[in-house]
Write a protein that binds this ligand. Structure first.
Ligand code: SAM
Length: 274
C-alpha cells in the first residue's frame, strides 16, 4: 500500500470518519495529558455556566460535561454538531450552530465562563468579539497559536507588544499557562500552540475611557511601529499635546504603556486635531 493511503486511513480512524476541514481550522486535540491539563486549568464546577467555542469532535466537551450539569457549545460545522447531538443528551449539551464571531455571548451571562481550542484562522477577531462581552464574562481559557498568546501578554518594549496586547490588556488580566506542541493535535498544525487565561477587569479597576477612541489611537500608533508618535499620531494630536501628557513625541508606539494610551484617549477632544 502507498504511504499516502495508509496515513489517510489512520487519519480517518482518528477522527471517527470526519475529514478535518482546513477552512474551519480543524486541528483536533488528541493528547490526553493536554486535555486533562486544560480541564484542570478551567476547573469547572457543577453550577457554572460555561460556553465552549468550537467543540469539534468533543475532546474537551466530554471531560467538561463530566464535571458540569450542562454545557453550551458554539460550532460552525453542522456535521460536527450532528455528531455531538448523537453523543450527548439535549439537556446536557446546548448546541448553538453558527459562527462564534456573530454569536451573542451576552445572552448566556452574567458570570459566563468561556473555553475553547479556538480556530486559529479567526483568533484575533474572535478575541475582539469576546472582549465586547467582558462585563458578562467571569473568565476565559483559550488555546491559541503560541505567537498570538505571546502578543497578547507582551509588555511595552518588547517586539511582540502591539494593538492586540494593548486592547486585550485594557479589558483583561492575562496569564499564559502552558505551551502545547503540534503533535498533540490531529492533524498537526504547522505552528506551536499555548493556553492562556483571561480574567476581565472590573469596571472599578479599569481606567475608564472611550474604547472606540482608544482603539483608533492604538491602531494609528502601531500602523507603522518603527515610526515616531509625532508622525503616526499627527492626525490626532499636536506635538505639544503629546508633551503635555509626558509622552515624548519621538517615542514609538511600542514604548507606550497601556496607561499612556488611556491618557491619550481621555485627553483627545473632537476638533482638537482633525
Ligand atoms: N475543541 C476541539 C478540539 O480541541 O479538538 C476542536 C478544536 S479546532 C482547533 C476548532 C473548532 O472550531 C472546530 O471544531 C471548528 O469547526 C470550529 N470553528 C471554526 N470556525 C468557527 C467559527 N467561526 N465559529 C464556531 N466554531 C468554529
Amino acid at each position: 500500500m502507498k504511504p499516502g493511503k495508509s496515513s489517510a486511513r489512520a487519519s480517518f480512524s482518528q477522527t471517527g470518519g470526519h475529514i478535518p476541514r482546513k477552512r474551519f481550522g480543524q486541528n483536533f486535540l488528541v493528547d490526553r495529558g493536554v486535555i486533562h491539563a486544560i480541564v484542570a486549568a478551567i476547573d469547572p464546577r457543577p453550577d457554572d455556566t460555561l460556553a465552549e467555542i468550537g467543540p469539534g469532535l468533543g475532546a474537551l466537551t466530554e471531560p467538561l460535561l463530566e464535571r458540569l450539569g450542562r454545557l453550551h457549545v458554539v460550532e460552525i460545522d453542522r456535521d460536527l454538531i450532528t455528531r455531538l447531538r448523537r453523543r450527548f443528551s439535549p439537556e446536557a449539551l446546548i448546541a448553538h450552530t453558527g459562527d462564534a464571531l456573530a454569536f451573542d455571548f451576552g445572552q448566556l451571562g452574567p458570570n459566563l465562563r468561556v473555553a475553547g481550542n479556538l480556530p486559529y484562522n479567526i483568533s484575533t477577531p474572535l478575541l475582539f468579539h469576546l472582549s465586547a462581552f467582558a462585563d458578562r464574562i467571569r473568565d476565559m481559557h483559550c488555546m491559541l497559536q503560541k505567537e498570538v498568546v505571546e502578543r497578547m501578554v507582551a509588555l511595552p518594549g518588547s517586539p511582540a507588544y502591539g494593538r492586540l496586547s494593548v486592547m486585550l490588556q485594557y479589558r483583561f488580566h492575562l496569564e499564559k499557562l502552558f505551551d502545547v506542541p503540534p503533535e498533540c493535535f490531529h492533524p498537526s498544525p504547522r505552528v506551536r500552540s499555548a493556553v492562556v487565561r483571561l480574567l476581565p477587569r472590573s469596571s472599578a479597576e479599569r481606567a475608564l475611557c472611550d474604547v472606540a477612541l482608544l482603539e483608533r489611537i492604538v491602531a494609528a500608533a502601531f500602523s507603522q511601529r518603527r515610526k515616531m508618535l509625532r508622525n503616526t499620531l499627527k492626525a490626532l494630536f499636536a506635538e505639544e499635546e503629546l508633551a503635555a501628557l509626558n509622552i515624548a513625541p519621538e517615542k514609538r508606539a511600542e514604548d507606550i504603556p497601556l496607561a499612556g494610551f488611556i491618557a491619550l484617549a481621555n485627553f483627545w477632544r473632537p476638533g482638537a486635531k482633525k
